[in-house]
Design a protein around this ligand. Sequence first.
Ligand code: FES
Length: 158
Amino acid sequence: MPEASAWNAARAREIIAEHALLEGPMLPILHALQEEFGHVSADAVPLVADALNLSRAEVHGVVSFYHDFRAHPCGSHVLKLCRGEACQSMGSEALAESALAKLGVGWHGTTRDGELTVEPVYCLGLCATSPSALLDGEPIGRLDEAKLAEAIEEVRGR
Ligand code: FES
């Protein structure tokens, strides 16, 4: 994963200004902020609200509505476990529950060592190999507990 920059209000203002004149600027701004800083900080919300002449609650509502936006920095690695229908029918929920328990995190949580963040997704287009996941953007299919544990160990050892 590309390294995220530390939060910097001046840089955030630049990013916001670069996108503020687009039609429907909110989502492009939030995506650009997340790309730069790895998450959409609570400190960014008032800056976006001021620039777009919206309330903080409106901006916060958008950040929390879309699963893609993170309110906190994520780990060095990101595991996206599919919770879509096809994957559920192949046991993804039990697999996810077990993985979350072993890692000691909930959905959107990051392990204590800051190494791994686990996020839900709702269909990766990999239904034929369900249950499926993405680990640092790499697809993994036909998951079972052993295969998932092995993939996690491998990526954490990098
Ligand atoms: S439902 Fe999981 S990849 Fe489609």
